[in-house]
Design a protein around this ligand. Sequence first.
Ligand code: CA
Ligand code: CA
Ligand code: CA
Ligand code: CA
Length: 420
Amino acid sequence: MSFSTKIHLFWLCCAIALPSFLHGQGAWYGDQQTLWVQGESGSTPIVNLSSDLRAIARTASGGGWIAIEENNQVIHVDSSGAVIEVIETVVGVQSLVIAASGQVWGTRPGLDDVIRIESGAGIVSTHPVGSVPYGISIDTEGHIWVSCSYANQIYRLDDSGQWLGTYPVGFFPTGISAAAAGGLWVAEKEGLTRLSSTGEVLWSETVGTFPIAVTTDLQGRAWFCCQTSNEVVVVGDQGVESVIDVPDRPLGIAANGDGSVTVVCRDGASLVTISGEFEIVSVELVTNPNGHGDLTGLQRALLADPLGDQDLDGVSNIEEAQFGFNPLDASSVPAIFIRGDTNRDGVVDLTDAIHELLVLFGVETSPCLEALDVDDDSRLTLGDAIRILDFVFSAGPAPAAPFPEYGPDPSPAQGFPCTP
Ligand SMILES: [Ca+2]
Ligand SMILES: [Ca+2]
Ligand SMILES: [Ca+2]
Ligand SMILES: [Ca+2]
């Protein structure tokens, strides 16, 4: 058996043994008859479909909700590919998004409204918006944003669907993504726009032709795909950072937890992965791939549920993003500790001061020296032990962050070693 065959078999075994891992990590996409998940070794079919797929939104458990083209249905699928429920939506749903609560929101261009779905209860409410709603996104405040492509407007609703505001934008807005710092990124037929959280245009530029979808990455940058010029345009706080050529007709784009971005190129028959440094790192050839929205679950994790801990590794989604770790992978995690809790029992008391002195005098060792730097001045001195005593007995200043809850080092660059 050749080495490469062994490697291939290894990944095949992983794909069979650990489907939930792959589903939780890989992007979902569709073609005319199947929902697929992209894994390390290529794509695996999840569910047979009766028609072409349109929109995807991933759940916290690694499953997802999908809208298909012709049957006017939204389908809830678990991470193993089992269909949990099928919701009849009367007309087609164009885009989907999932709130931290698990409620699902979708746009219905044919009825000029958005629907709210609860698992097990179906459509629980409908909310009128402007003409031909297309994209939908949820921001870090839990507000629902909707682009109305014929009205050239953006609607903002609260988490119960109450109307909060309507804001004018450029011609034919389509895909949208909430910005991590507040506000919204908007793909318009003739440009790219960023709105503030109160709907003012903060930035707008014409780059690429017919932008159709947008995602935000771990760093808060927006990645737009332009379906006519076959380009991906990356925009940060200072404007356009990169324009990347991709295969024909990119229709869907979604950031991954490892900092890369996946692009669904319909006519180019490929899934393209682009690194956070704008290099194309892989191209998987697939037939007629389709699907837009939160293909990976990272949008839900970072925007709708930033304080959640999707991968259950003890560190919140937003903290993992801030420190460059993967919020969708439990094996990627910054070390967490409570500063001053030198013996790591979860509280700061006299025993920590004693333990710190024993470490400082070389009697004991510590796997997390950063917890001993109580004042976070990048030096380990008697002053750190004294600050514990001062805090415990004399109501002196508390240890620096992270305290009193477990958390990662806010400035790891100048810190001491700390292993998980
Ligand atoms: Ca986490
Ligand atoms: Ca993680
Ligand atoms: Ca302690
Ligand atoms: Ca110190």
